[in-house]
Design a protein around this ligand. Structure first.
Ligand code: UT7
Length: 329
């Protein structure tokens, strides 16, 4: 029997309607459109304004649309891996909440937290369940309501992030399509440069933690930039090299959307021209776990069966990695 590989057989996404522009940010903090665009490439981002809605509410329309596209019911899903850094609550897992909201009655699931690399960690984890023969329909969701952890008085971070969700369905493939290889890495010594300190067991929520703003995302931008630019480029090049892929063999680079300058450096290192690089950071900013599946969603109609895709990410943890997959439809 031929080897079972995990192939993406459907992709979808969802972004909330509200558009937070650089112009509006100019009225909130001491910043300007020119600075934001030249340093990050971001012009606007989407925000889930309804205070009663959470990350799972970004996922519900994304997943419902995906099921419709693939023509299957929620009951057919066997496993949900929800990659997020902004779960609805500490527990139960957002995967559970989502399963209930969409009626995935036969699924088990869990949340996976690897910050901006979450989707790649989730995809690689999900693939094991397909490759082993354990499951035939696994849903991988990358979703974050970053506006729930952003301090809109901190110009260092509030200009960067947006809300959104992307999701893919993984199914077995025995014709050589799907996930081919992945390299994933973590380095906990980088945790100090990008984190949310409050609300966990180290600093449980209290008046003091809230007063100190520990519930907000904190980032030492310049340090994270240095690590991101090197590691994301290196790991993408490494996955290409060990699979004997030259730039001309790669149809698309699908990079995490944190900063246009990091994306450009990764593309340059891989020798890929800009027309082979998925970039939508200008519209959505950094949606953390959602950036890569949201790119796949936006570019779906341009993808061809057999296309070689290199996915690459870097994020809090530090976490980073790259995935090589052959598009299956
Ligand atoms: O997705 C997870 C991984 N995260 C990343 O990959 C993000 C990595 N980091 C970055 O993308 C960049 O470091 C930032 C976009 C966050 C910042 O860009 P930078 O070129 O590294 O700027 P900087 O932090 O070195 O700041 C340069 C100057 C500073 O002023 P001084 O000290 O030179 O006077 C900042 O205070 O720009 C100032 N600044 C701003 N000015 C206008 C910082 N934020 C802003 C702002 N508007 N929003």
């Amino acid at each position: 029997m031929s080897k079972i590989q995990a192939a993406i057989t459907a992709v979808n996404g969802y972004v909330p309607d509200y558009i937070l522009t650089n112009k509006e940010l100019e009225t909130m903090v001491d910043t300007n459109d020119e600075w934001i665009v030249s340093r990050t490439g971001i012009s606007e981002r989407r925000i889930l304004k309804d205070p009663n809605k959470a990350t799972s509410d970004l996922a519900v329309p994304a997943v419902k649309g995906l099921l419709e596209k693939r023509g299957i019911s929620a009951e057919e899903i066997e496993l949900i891996i929800f990659c997020t850094s902004t779960p609805d609550m500490l527990f139960p897992a957002t995967a559970n909440i989502l399963a209930d909201k969409i009626g995935a009655k036969n699924a088990w699931g869990y949340d996976l937290q690897a910050a901006c690399s979450g989707f790649l960690f989730g995809l690689t984890t999900a693939a094991q369940f397909i490759e082993s023969g354990k499951h035939k329909k696994v849903l991988v969701v990358g979703g974050d309501k970053m506006s729930s952890v952003v301090n809109y008085k901190d110009r260092n971070t509030c200009i960067l992030f947006g809300d959104g969700c992307g999701c893919v369905l993984l199914e077995p493939n025995t014709e050589g399509y799907g996930l081919q290889d992945s390299i994933l890495r973590t380095d906990g010594s980088g945790g100090q440069y990008l984190n949310i300190k409050g609300g966990g067991s180290l600093h449980p929520a209290s008046h003091e933690t809230v007063d100190a703003g520990l519930h907000y995302a904190y980032q030492e931008g310049r340090t994270v930039f240095k690590f991101a630019v090197t590691n994301m480029a290196d790991v993408a090049a490494e996955v290409m090299e060990r699979n004997n892929l030259k730039a001309e063999d790669v149809a698309w680079l699908v990079p995490h959307q944190a900063n246009k300058r990091i994306i450009d450096a990764t593309a340059e290192r891989a020798g890929l021209p800009e027309e082979k690089v998925m970039v939508n950071i200008q519209k959505y900013g950094n949606t953390t776990s959602a950036t890569i599946p949201m790119c796949l969603w936006e570019w779906e109609s341009k993808l061809k069966k057999g296309d070689n895709l290199i996915l690459a990410a870097f994020g809090g943890g530090f976490t980073w990695g790259s995935v090589y997959l052959k598009w299956a439809y």
